[in-house]
Design a protein around this ligand. Sequence first.
Ligand SMILES: Cc1cc2nc3c(=O)[nH]c(=O)nc-3n(C[C@H](O)[C@H](O)[C@H](O)COP(=O)(O)O)c2cc1C
Ligand code: SF4
Length: 461
Amino acid sequence: MVEKVLLTREAPFHTLKEYRAEGGFQALEKALKMSQEEIIAEIKRSNLKGRGGAGFPTGIKWDGVRKKTADILGFPPKKYLVCNGSEGEPGTYKDRYLIKKNPYTLIEGMAIASYAIGTYGAIICIKEVFKKEIAILQRAIGECIDAGLIGDDAMGSGQALPLEIALGPDSYLLGEDRAQLEVIEGKPAWPRAKGMIPVEYGLYGQPTVVNNVETLATVPHILRNGADWFKTIGTPDSPGTMIFTLTGDVNRPGIYELPLGTPLRTLIEVYGEGARPDRKIKAVFSGPTNAVIPAHKLDTPLDFGSMRNIPSGLGSGGFIVYDDTACILQAGLNFSRFLAIESCGQCVSCKSGTGRITRRLELLESGRATEDDVLSIVAECQQMKGQGRCFLITEEGVEINSLFYHFPEEVAEHLEFGCLRKRPLVLPKIKDFDESTHTFIYDEAYYDRSLAEGRHILYPT
Ligand SMILES: Cc1cc2nc3c(=O)[nH]c(=O)nc-3n(C[C@H](O)[C@H](O)[C@H](O)COP(=O)(O)O)c2cc1C
Ligand code: SF4
C-alpha cells in the first residue's frame, strides 16, 4: 500500500541530477505531449483538493482559468499561476519543509500547471523572511532553466514556461490569495473585496490560479502515475496524502506525511507517540482557522469531509495538541491575539471585534471577567461569521466560540477563580524545525516585533 507521495526519501534532493535520476521531469515531458484539456481532465479525475486550507478541487480551479477567453474588460487575457508559499498559519511548517526536501517537484508541478492553464506568467510568492527556502528555490529554478526544462523553450517543445519568485512581508494575510495578488502588484497585504475572485479578477486583473505549494508539488506524481493510482491512496472524498505538522504536548512533535483518512488519533499516538507520562490529551487545534477538536473526537479521520462534519477542518494540516495541564482559554487567547494583530483593519467589525474578544479573554484569564463579558464574547463570535472581506474574521468567530461550547466548565472556573493552570503557552508560530531532535523553533519575538512595526490590537476603551 502506498503511504507517501511527496516525502518518499529522507535525504533532501540537492541537485537536479539527483531528482532526474529518480524520474524527475518525466511528468512534464508526458504533459507536454498531452493537450491542456487532457491534463486538466486527469487532475479533475484524481479529485486532488487544495492543501492550502479551503480544500477546493484543483482541476475545477484550473479549468475555470483555462476556459477564460477574455479578461474582465473583454480583452484577450494574460493568465497567471501563483504558488502560495507564504505559510503564515501558526502550527504549520509543511510547505517550507517540502521546499527544503525537494524544490524540484514544486517547479515541475508549476510547469505542468502553467502549460495546462495556458499562463503568461508563473510566480512563487514567498515571505522575505524565509531566507533558506528562497535560496533553495533560486538555485533550483536556475538549474532547471539552464537545463532547458523550463524557461523560453521548455524541453524543446517550443512552449515558454517562465517562473519567477515574488517576496512578501511576514504577515498572515500574505497567505490570503486576494491579498497575495495585491502584494505581487506592489501593494500592502490587504484582501481585495469579496467578489474579486482570482479566477475572474486575479493578478493585474487577469484570470489567475492561486495554489498552495503542496498542491502543486503533488501534481507531477498524479501525471506520472495516473489519477487511478492516486485514488488508491486516501479516501474517495480526499484522495492522496497530506503533510501534517504536529506540535504541542506530544512526545514526538514532527512533520508526517500520511494518507488522508488516517485517524487523528493515529497521527498523535502512533507518530507523535502520544501524551507525556501521567497526562491526557485535552484538545487539538488545526491552526487558528477551525473549531477546536475535543479529546472525544480524536478518532475522526483526517479527510476534508470528516473533519468538516465534526465540525472542524483540516486547515493546512497543522495540528497543535494540548494536554490536561494546559489552559484551553489561554490557547484560544493566543490565537485571538494573533488574529487581532494580523487583522488589516479594512473592516471595522474585524479589527474592533478581534480586539474586543481578545480583551475579554484577557480579563477571563486574569479572573476579572463578568458573566456579561462571556455573553458578549459568544454574541460577538456569532455576529462575526461570514462578515468582512476575508475569512480571518470568521476564523476568530468560529474558533473562539467553539471553546465556550466545548469547555463550559473551564469558562465557569475562570469566572470564579481566573486561570488555575499557570503554565504559559507559546503561540506556535514556527520559525524552524530541527529534524534530528524533532524540535520546532517558535518565533518568540512575534508580539513585540508586531507592536514595534505598528501592527497592534485595537482594544476597546
Ligand atoms: C487569512 C488567510 C490566510 C491564508 N494563508 C494561507 C497560506 O499561508 N498558504 C496557503 O496556501 N493558503 C493560505 N490561505 C488560503 C488561500 O487564500 C487559498 O485558498 C489557497 O492558497 C489556495 O490554494 P489551494 O487551492 O492549493 O489550497 C489563507 C487564507 C486566509 C483567509
Ligand atoms: S476581514 Fe479582517 S483581515 Fe479580512 S480584510 Fe477585513 S479587516 Fe482585513
